[in-house]
Design a protein around this ligand. Sequence first.
Ligand code: XMP
Length: 515
Amino acid sequence: MERDTILILDFGGQYKQLIARRVRECQVYCEILPYTTSLQTLKSMNPKGIILTGGPNSVYDPASPTCDAELFSLGIPILGICYGSQLMAYIPGGAVQPADVSEYGRTELFIDAPDSPLFKGVPARTVCWMSHTDRITTVPDGFRVTAHSENCPVAAMEDAARRLYAVQFHPEVEHTPEGTDMLRHFVRDVCGCRGDWRMSSFIEEQIPAIQERVGSGRVLLALSGGVDSSVTAALLSRAIGKQLVCVFVDHGLMRKNEGEQVKAIFGPEGGFDLNYVHVDAKDRFYTALKDVADPERKRRIIGEQFIRVFEETARGLGAVDYLAQGTIYPDVVESGAGSGGATIKSHHNVGGLPENVGFLGIVEPLRTLFKDEVRALGTELGLPRALVYRQPFPGPGLGVRIMGAITPEKVRIVQEADAIFQEELVRFGIDTGKGQFFAALSDMRSVGVMGDHRTYDCAIVLRAVLTSDFMTATAARLPYELLETCMNRIVNEVSGVNRVLYDITSKPPATIEWE
Ligand code: XMP
C-alpha cells in the first residue's frame, strides 16, 4: 500500500521544520520541498495534501517566491500558512494588503465557522500566534472567512469544495494551543491520511534509500558515543551491515570511561553487524590544540583533525566511499545550512568536507530529525535505553567544555568533575533525559584555602539545562543539596579545583555549552 505523504512547500518560513515535526506527530509522513518544485514533480509524488509555509516576503512584490495558479486546481487539499495563506488568496484573485498594525505574538482568535473541519472541537474564542504585516482583505471567489482576530479580518478562510484551507496564524508553534489539533484535522480528516507512519516506517524508508545511495560502497562513520552517532551506526548497520566501518576516534576529549563503553556496545562483543575500529589519537589532538584558546579555532582544529584521522584510517582500510555523520536537524539550523539563517557556531560535523578529501559524499540519515525523534528511532533499533536517553554530547567533545587552551590536565579535571556530577544526578533521581547536564571548566583561576594552604586553582562550572529542541533552554532548578554535595565532592576529590559554580543562564542569551 502506498504511503500517505504530505508535501510542505517552503517559501522561506522559519517554522517549516516545526510544521514537518507536527505533521509527523500526527503519524503522517511528510517532506519539505522548495517552492520552486515543478507541478509535475509534485504530482508525481502523489501527495495526500500540500502545506504552503510562511515566508518573509509580500505576495504582491513581483520578486517574491510564488507558485503556479494551477496548484490550486490539482484537486489536492492545500493548507496555506501565513505567507502561504496570502498566496492562496492573492493568486486566485483575492486581495492582500499591508495592514496598518502588524500583528505579532499571542493574539486572540475568533472562530467564525465552527463547522470548519479545521476547527472541529476548537473553542469559539482561542489564542493563536501571529507574525505578519500583510493581511488578506478580500477572499477569492468560492472562499468563506472561517476565523478573524482584532486586526485581521481573515485569520482563516476556506473553500471546502476545492479543499483549500488557509490560516494567517501559525498552527505549528506551541503558542497556538489548538494548533496541533488543527493540523491533525487537516492531514487526517481533510487529506484522509491514515496516521500509520511510525519510526519503524522511517526505518523501512531509510534502509532502501541508504542501500540505493551507497550501493556496494563502504561507509565510514565517526562514532562518538553520543546519541546521534550511535543511532546513525545502528541504522546504517541495519541497512548495510559490514559495509559500514565505524571509527571511534578517541580524541582525548571524551567523557570519563566513554571509550570503553562505546567499545562494549559497538565492538566485536557488542552484537551489531558492522566493522569497528578504535583509534587512539589523543596525542595528535593535544598537539594540534596546544596553546589554542580561541573557541572557533579550537573547533576548526578538532574538525580538521577528525577529517584527517578519517582519511588516514580510510586509507589504511582500503577504499571507503562515503562518510556518514550523525547530524541532526538542530545542527543543520544552527550552522545556517538549512535555512539561510545566521551562523551561530561552526558545528564541525555539518556542512561538507574540506576540498580534496577522497570520499564520494556524506551520508546523514538523521538530518531531518529532532532529538526526541532520534531517541525514538534508537529505541526502535534496539539500542540500550541508557545509551538512547544518554545526554547528547557535542562532536568536539570536551573541547567545547574547556575554556581557553586545552591540556591533558584540564581534560582530567573536567572528566572527573563531570563524572561526580553525573553520579549525584542519578543518586538524587534527576531525570536527565530532558536536557543536558554536565561540568565545564572555566578559564578562571582564583585564590582559595585548603587546610592551611593557599590554593590558586580552577573553577568548575556545573551546567544543567532543560530543553527539548536544544535551540532554546532554561537552567534546571536543581536541589540545593545536590549542588552542595557536588561542590563538596568536586573540591575534595578533583585536584586542581577550588571553586564550583552553577550557571543559571538560559539560552539565549547564553549557549548550552561553555567554550
Ligand atoms: P549550544 O552550545 O550551541 O549547543 O547551545 C546546542 C546543542 O548542540 C550541541 N553542540 C554540538 N553538537 N557538534 C555537535 O554534534 C558540535 O560542534 C556541537 N556544538 C554544540 C550541544 O551539546 C547542545 O546539545
